[in-house]
Design a protein around this ligand. Structure first.
Ligand code: ADP
Ligand code: GLC
Length: 471
């Protein structure tokens, strides 16, 4: 089978969060299963672009509204990622430093999708499946079915994976001229509440919808940033498939980002050595339990209650815990997290920014990983933490609920709580401090969680079954 993934992110080319990790891994595992998987993404100005060799695979021109733009599709020459990687270069529009955050993002991603389909039209054969990821690729299912210029592609089946339904890419109808000419009877397939909504359009038009965990699929029917009824209506073609983790990238026994590598048998010693290095670097007391938070500092992740929760736990535990936070996002949250550094100098530190290497060192060196997320479609951090023997402390939601078993339950290795509130987090951290004192239990939990199979092997197979059901 030949599958084309269309995405705004793909690790290690460009990553803002878990979407990048998934698109960097799933195609590799599909290739391993004997299929042809290709990833097409915008050509941003990244290090990966500079450091690798490329060849031109296609060129063409298309219209975005009145603007006739030229595009070039380049392919990475060496198959470095384990699948064919294509970048779409649209000069002046996509070749920028950041992935998102520009005023013209809607135009950028529409032009990207137009260029991809225009290029596919030039192929001598049709791929079997176009797999779209999030709203950045959300117009594709509509374009395949209803845009006049893409009729030759209309037999290709499409799948939309919802990594995060909070972001929908809304667009006023005044911008409808950016979308290539379509069958006017089908305008409703673009619309949700009098707005053009690419995510809603993909949900309506794709042949199959997948969400990145089972619980998230359930939750979307009552909490989907306005799309609840649509998810309820389309439940017949929806399926939850839990993300996996890339076992080549996230393996404490081989990870080149960490100083002390370890496997299951040597977990206690290995983690202690990594913790020492980390605590020294960030001025923390390595004898105390170390709790880390890694992620986007936004409301979905409940980052706004982080500073207060950390303070509450430090008071409740009389300072017998250490914290290290890594993230960036909401400036007010960044400020909150920065100002509290003075209050508990050797107990708390924060790094504002994005740092892939430090994140690996934190998964390896921490005792606990905190995720109080309000919304967590899947969450990869908790699975990385588990692979590195770090106890996940998570709110019971979405993929966190599907992947973490509370230590009070049979076979459990984590700590779960119900509310994204200071009280629930503080109470859970008190539980963490208690179990930390029980060396035997800690060691047993670490060993259990490190052996949980969260690799992509299983989920990649489930995606193949979804595709097969469409052919
Ligand atoms: P989301 O995609 O919603 O941000 P996920 O848990 O799916 O959440 O994935 C987050 C990914 O981004 C993980 O690989 C995590 O390690 C990484 N990450 C998030 N913030 C940072 C940061 N500041 N520095 C390094 N890595 C980060
Ligand atoms: C989104 C979600 C996150 C998920 C990731 C990868 O960014 O917020 O929970 O793990 O996509 O699917």
């Amino acid at each position: 089978m030949e599958i084309i993934h269309i995405s705004a992110e793909c690790y290690p080319v460009a990553k803002a969060g878990g979407l990048g990790d998934v698109v960097g891994a799933l195609p590799k595992y599909q290739q391993k299963l004997g299929h042809i998987a290709k990833v097409v993404m915008p050509m941003y100005r990244t290090k990966f672009l500079e450091q690798n060799e490329w060849e031109v695979d296609g060129t063409g021109s298309a219209y975005l509204g009145d603007w006739n733009f030229q595009y070039t599709i380049i392919r990475e020459k060496t198959n470095k990622l384990g699948f064919n990687l294509y970048l779409v270069d649209i000069h002046g529009l996509l070749d920028r430093e950041k992935i998102y955050g520009y005023d013209d993002d809607p135009q950028r991603f529409i032009a990207f999708q137009i260029a991809v389909l225009d290029w596919l039209k030039q192929w001598h054969h049709l791929p079997d499946i176009i797999h779209c990821h999030d709203y950045h690729a959300g117009f594709v299912p509509f374009m395949l079915k209803y845009c006049i210029g893409y009729r030759s592609l209309s037999n290709i089946r499409s799948v939309i994976t919802i990594h995060n339904a909070q972001y929908q890419g809304w667009l006023g109808w005044d911008k409808s001229h950016f979308i290539p000419e379509w069958d006017p009877w089908k305008s409703g397939m673009l619309d949700w509440n009098d707005t053009i909504n690419p995510l809603a359009s993909a949900i309506k038009c794709a042949d199959k919808i997948t969400t990145v965990s089972w619980s998230y699929l359930e939750e979307l029917r009552y909490s989907a940033n306005g799309l609840e009824n649509l998810f309820e209506y389309e439940k017949g073609k929806s399926v939850g498939i839990l993300n996996g983790i890339d076992a080549d990238v996230w393996d404490p026994a081989t990870d080149s980002y960490i100083t002390n590598r370890f496997s299951v048998a040597g977990v206690t010693r290995g983690k202690a050595a990594n913790k020492k290095v980390l605590c020294k670097e960030y001025g923390l007391d390595s004898k105390l339990p170390l709790v880390v938070f890694i992620g986007r500092l936004v409301g979905e992740k409940a980052a706004d209650i982080l500073a207060d929760s950390i303070l509450a736990a430090l008071y409740a535990l009389q300072g017998n815990m250490c914290f290290l936070v890594l993230g960036s996002g909401d400036p007010h949250v960044e400020w909150q997290l920065t100002t509290i550094t003075d209050r508990f100098a050797d107990r708390y530190n924060v790094v504002i920014g994005y740092n892939e290497q430090l994140s690996h060192q934190m998964y390896a060196g921490a005792d606990f990983l905190l995720m109080p997320s309000r919304v967590e479609p899947c969450g990869l951090n908790q699975m990385y933490a588990m692979r590195y023997g770090t106890v996940p402390v998570v709110r019971s939601t979405g993929g966190l609920r599907d992947t973490v078993i509370d230590m009070g339950d049979e076979g459990g290795y984590g700590i779960r709580f119900n509310h994204a509130s200071v009280d629930d987090v503080r109470y859970s951290l008190e539980r963490a401090a208690e179990v930390y004192a029980d060396k035997k239990k800690m060691s047993a939990m670490r060993k259990t969680m490190m052996q949980v199979d969260n690799s992509w092997d299983r989920s990649a197979q489930q995606y193949m079954e979804v595709y097969e059901s469409l052919l």
